[in-house]
Design a protein around this ligand. Structure first.
Ligand SMILES: [Fe+2]
Length: 348
């Protein structure tokens, strides 16, 4: 792995567009290992599409490693975009894992087109804290591409010019917003849409406020991504006397056409909550574990050969839950019980 810093062009791309692609960034060991039991976890036959009963599946996490181990290049890039490794939360989402988001497509979508203007579910990722303009709880939304994503292959839609309106609304509302957020009605009128296309191993880094949603997979294959985040310790600083803004801060200032925002002050406390959309993903844990244990047994292996946080004892589970915010109280938005209940905040 090379450890070249981002080029000025890469940083400028992030500031101008709100996202950056880091090619070939995921360590191949994890790419192969974490994809190797995908179909066992799903309980479907890879070669029999009649067994693919859902178009879209969000899975829980069984394995996780420190971000820099999974993807050294993406970690280094993320550190640069937020202003340095010391700015990143040492606990929250400090590990990334195999919490796969699969888009399998349907027969219908093999024969029909779809456009970003038709898409619903636009959102930026925040189902776990009170959102202010300078909130950095989700500084960067990460898209780990675990499969190739060809054109028409169900890559995430990004809306570059949808970010400004969100920033303006947050600037106008220093009282902040509780998840689930509802700041996206302007998106169908936007013009600058990008669809993620990738090779397995590529990583996309999105500014935390960049709106995105899932597209349709017209190719009827397993498109697999994971979608963790980079969380910071302190809020973004939108009033630096020396003007030395980080790339993440520059995205917000550029969107608002400002050089600094000295007047902005949140007028309520910052709050963090249990992630609103975790529950329905975690509901899959036991069934996936059962299938993994059965698959191991079929090969003459014991339960201890199955690699899952949930088989490592209470301490390991507690650590994982702390990193994921599962130890926090529910927020005023409650929890989502189904994938449909969460479209606004979690369609990828
Ligand atoms: Fe998302």
């Amino acid at each position: 792995m090379d450890h070249q810093p981002l080029t000025p062009e890469q940083i400028e791309h992030f500031v101008q567009h709100g996202w950056l692609k880091i090619p070939n960034a995921i360590d191949k060991k994890y790419l192969e290992l974490w994809m190797s039991n995908l179909w066992t976890r799903l309980g479907w036959d890879k070669d029999a599409k009649s067994t693919w009963t859902d178009e879209y599946v969000k899975m829980p996490r069984h394995r996780e490693v420190p971000v820099e181990e999974l993807s050294p290049k993406a970690w280094q890039a993320a550190c640069e975009l937020v202003g340095g490794e010391d700015k990143i939360d040492p606990i929250r989402e400090r590990y990334h894992g195999d919490q796969m988001i699969c888009n399998f497509g349907t027969e219908h979508w093999t024969k029909n087109d779809f456009t970003p203007q038709q898409a619903t579910g636009w959102h930026h990722d925040n189902d776990w804290y009170r959102q202010f303009l300078d909130s950095s709880g989700n500084a960067i939304t990460v898209i780990h591409c675990f499969t190739d994503i060809p054109p028409r292959g169900g890559g995430t839609y990004l809306c570059e010019d949808g970010l400004a309106n969100i920033c303006q609304t947050l600037l106008d509302h220093p009282e902040g917003f509780e998840p689930p957020l509802d700041l996206y009605s302007h998106i169908p009128n936007c013009k600058k849409f990008v669809t993620v296309e990738a090779k397995a191993g590529d990583v996309f880094l999105l500014h935390g406020l960049l709106p995105h949603t899932n597209s349709k997979n017209h190719l009827r294959y397993a498109r697999v991504i994971a979608n963790p985040h980079i969380n910071m310790v302190e809020p973004f600083n939108l009033n630096r006397v020396d003007g030395a803004y980080t790339p993440c801060e520059k995205v917000i200032l550029r969107a608002l056409g400002r050089e600094s925002i000295p007047e902005y002050r949140p007028i309520r406390e910052r709050q963090a909550y249990f992630p609103r959309t975790a529950t329905f993903k975690r509901a899959r844990i036991d069934a996936e574990l059962e299938r993994m244990i059965a698959a191991a047994a079929a090969e003459g292996l014991g339960r201890d050969s199955v690699d899952s946080i949930y088989l490592k004892g209470e301490e390991a589970i507690r650590e994982h839950e702390r990193r994921a915010g599962y130890d926090l109280a529910h927020g005023p938005g409650g929890i989502a019980h189904t994938i449909d209940d969460t479209e606004r905040v979690t369609a990828e």
